[in-house]
Ligand binder design. Structure first.
Ligand SMILES: [Zn+2]
Length: 145
């Protein structure tokens, strides 16, 4: 996501490659990932070549929308105006159940309680309409490490 310097609004840069993921999120609140047909690697972010084996036959599939937090930051400053009422914003590196890593926002009523290892899932399809990109929320369960 980039910011328009003049308006301060976020602008997701949509391309031919990431469009299936963005359309699925906007339309249904679901997360689509790619899987390499040669080596079965689940891939995020969207791209045209497998980062593991360089295969170019990638197929889209619907991810479970579940994962766990590897690491995270609570961001208090430097955010665009539209986020100011919601600070701190939790940005997390999430290990999806399919194996891919992604950076995404975790929305929660208690940002101070977020911890590495927390299990997260996509926000509900209704809540998804508020967010430009796939967004997660704590599922209330912990994984043992
Ligand atoms: Zn591959």
């Amino acid at each position: 996501m980039t910011l328009n310097r003049h308006t301060g609004k976020s602008a997701v840069r949509e391309t031919e490659t990431n469009s299936p993921m963005l359309e699925a999120w906007r339309g249904q609140g679901v997360l689509m990932l790619q899987r390499c047909e040669a080596c079965s690697e689940a891939i995020f972010y969207p791209r045209s070549v497998c980062p593991k084996c360089w295969g170019d036959r990638l197929a889209w599939f619907r991810a479970s929308g579940k994962g766990s937090i590897v690491s995270f930051s609570r961001v208090h400053r430097g955010l665009p105006p539209k986020f100011e009422a919601e600070v701190p914003i939790v940005l997390a590196e999430i290990r999806l159940d399919e194996g891919a890593l992604m950076i995404a926002r975790v929305v929660t009523g208690d940002p101070a309680a977020v911890a590495s290892g927390d299990v997260v899932e996509l926000v509900s399809p209704d809540a998804a309409k508020r967010f430009d990109l796939p967004t997660f929320t704590p599922s209330g369960r912990k994984i043992s490490s």
